[in-house]
Write a protein that binds this ligand. Structure first.
Ligand code: NDP
Length: 284
């Protein structure tokens, strides 16, 4: 069976087209979804991510604003800025671009964001919703990855799903979403023994490791759905965690990097912001 490419460019364009329509409908009702992105310092990779988020807002008709703060800002001043955005009714989503400079307490900063404006889905309340399967904001990258997995049209219930990586922003929520789809889920990490034995059982394999080309063809079950979350810069090029050229000869479906999960992450951020704005209307 020839491999099918799960194209994040095409899928995210479809999602953004639908978001654009819903934004227009909200505007008729007097609400323009607003996303505030806080960038502390000027890390070059963060600059790119923030610019792409702003472009996404512009494309879909949302109000995107980037708030640039000095790298030496104090914890108190940063939290005061978040408080101000929490109170601003024109702002429906607040995102603090990570990582923050070392002197700042990341968890305390994220905890300051109102859970309903936490469009990244990183607040403990939203992590709790994810854990209990109740309504909350779902983290953008796993949400986008699940959309790609669903797009295969395969029955997910009962499938063996293996997630490599257990971070709070990707691995753990990804595993939880797959569990909610009734997959049998295994989470692997740096202390996992015989990793290949686990990955070769996977009907769905998600790589969120942060090591270029980490998943090789001999680790993949023939016909598997392979989702590559990794974004690694190697010699000025962006590469995923999966050895794409080799693994595509074995897999049934595969996401490319670039043009895969990364594109979906931004689409899901816009979706979360739109949903936050729509919720304010329902609560009026
Ligand atoms: P982290 O560094 O927080 O987590 C990496 C995980 O990989 C850890 O759980 C670690 O295990 C595990 N790991 C490391 N080495 C091995 C190994 N040899 N065998 C098995 N597991 C291993 O990274 P993130 O989750 O934040 O990100 C993962 C990747 O996804 C990165 O490349 C990042 O850039 C990318 N990313 C992409 C996004 C997108 O939009 N596409 C969004 C967010 C991230 P342990 O816990 O034991 O240390």
């Amino acid at each position: 069976m020839a491999v099918k490419i799960l194209d994040g460019k095409i899928m995210s364009a479809e999602i953004k087209a639908e978001i654009t329509e819903r934004v227009a409908a909200l505007k008729v009702q007097g609400v323009t979804p607003g996303l505030a992105v806080i960038l502390v310092g000027n890390d070059p990779a963060s600059e790119i991510y923030v610019r792409n988020k702003q472009i996404g807002c512009d494309e879909t008709g949302m109000n995107g604003r980037t708030i640039r703060l000095r790298a030496d800002i104090s914890q108190e001043a940063l939290e005061a800025e978040i408080d101000r955005l929490n109170r601003d009714s024109a702002v429906h989503g607040i995102l603090v671009q990570l990582p923050l400079p070392g002197h700042l307490d990341e968890q305390a900063v994220l905890a300051k964001i109102l859970p309903e404006k936490d469009v990244d889905g990183f607040h403990l309340i939203n992590a709790g919703h994810m854990m209990t399967g109740t309504e909350g904001v779902v983290a953008c990258t796993p949400k986008g990855a699940l959309h790609m997995i669903r797009s295969t049209g395969e029955e997910l219930a009962g499938k063996e799903a293996v997630v490599i990586g257990r971070s709070n922003i990707v691995g753990k929520p990804m595993a939880m979403l797959l569990l909610r789809e009734n997959c049998t889920v295994t989470i692997c990490h740096s202390r996992t023994k015989n990793l290949k034995e686990h990955t070769r059982r996977a009907d769905i394999l998600v790589a969120a490791v942060g090591k270029a080309g980490f998943v090789t063809a001999d680790m993949v079950k023939p016909g598997a759905i392979v989702i590559d979350v990794g974004i690694n810069r190697v010699d000025g090029k962006v590469r995923g965690d999966v050895d794409f050229d080799a693994v595509k000869e074995v897999a049934g479906w595969i996401t490319p990097v670039p043009g895969g999960v990364g594109k979906m992450t931004i689409a899901m951020l816009l979706a979360n912001t739109l949903e936050a704005a729509e919720r304010t209307l329902r609560h009026d």
